[in-house]
Write a protein that binds this ligand. Sequence first.
Ligand code: NAD
Ligand code: TDX
Length: 346
Amino acid sequence: MNILVTGGAGFIGSNFIYYEREVHPEDRIVCLDALTYAGNLSTLKPLLNDPQFRFVRGNIADRPFVRALFAEEKFDAVVNFAAESHVDRSVENPELFLRSNILGTQVLMDACREYGVARYHQVSTDEVYGDLPLDRPDLFFTEQTPLHTSSPYSASKASADLLVLASARTYGLPVTITRCSNNYGPYHFPEKLIPLMITRALADQPLPVYGTGENVRDWLYVKDHCSAIDLVLRKGRIGEIYNVGGHNERTNLDVVKTILAALGKPESLITFVTDRPGHDRRYAIDPTKIHTQLGWLPTTTFEKGIQTTIDWYLSNREWWENILKGDYQKDYERLYGGARLGENTK
Ligand code: NAD
Ligand code: TDX
């Protein structure tokens, strides 16, 4: 297969490309990425001389550019990771999220139709379901849970999902969708909770916990998400949505304390800060469908995954220190200081 992976210079996309090269070395991968603030070509450096890999810089919302690439490459499948992915940035600047996450998805699907691509896979999120109350541990998101979004980010992802289903029904586009819970692991951009806390704790900087720290996230090691997407891409039923998650719920405070303990740093670094506007309380995925229909199960426990992740950040300091030396730090100060965040693509 010749597979287009969009957003492959970001966190999950890059992990997916490495997973595919390892598990399906016969396939060719083309990575299309705009290299926004979140994209990092150094993440893919070991692959740049691989004859089965090509990197192309470009925007998924740029229709003429996308059409030309599809005409040239004749893809068999498309996996769309490309998106603006940070909730806090969407609160500051929603419009960029509409262009990349909604318009970009439509442009890719139109190109799939025009060039007869056999499969379009949309990487979506559990955030499209909104949140669950903290005092109802019996409730989980299933594929039937109604869409009920909270942030411009999640609203843009839900909009994209609706357009994917519309393309399937109206034009017969062969689509699948996965909706995954929070990922963690190597190459995670240090604005998200886990890498932010690891990198700040290593520098003995205060760790900003929003609100009371009681919000719950359902954490999945990134490689387990990659195996789920790979399975759905190759064996999933056309037109279906699959929830992906590993029953790994933790409060944010628990996660931060686990990181501090692993690094031998004091809990006095924890600083409670103003809550995120519209902050979702709890996410929790019911992965029964992907387990029973496709046999998927996660293989990494949170205990093992968080230690592996911390070890990765300890032995790959150059990767994240280069990010912190760049524009990101200024953006972070603006966000953390409550000022408006401007254009965040380079
Ligand atoms: P990320 O921000 O680390 O990476 C996104 C990548 O997409 C970057 O390399 C960026 O340069 C690229 N990109 C952004 N806009 C683009 C555009 N218009 N054209 C081309 N490239 C563009 O994000 P991530 O955490 O790896 O998330 C990847 C996908 O998975 C997203 O669609 C996100 O909604 C979804 N998802 C993420 C999580 C999570 O926990 N991180 C969980 C579930 C679903
Ligand atoms: O500094 C922080 N302090 C804090 O308390 C940050 C960055 C986050 N938080 C809290 C907010 C959330 O409750 O930690 C939790 C996790 O926050 P994020 O890492 O920003 O992730 P989240 O908002 O849960 O969204 C993530 O999972 C779903 C990804 O960023 C999305 O792309 C994905 O769809």
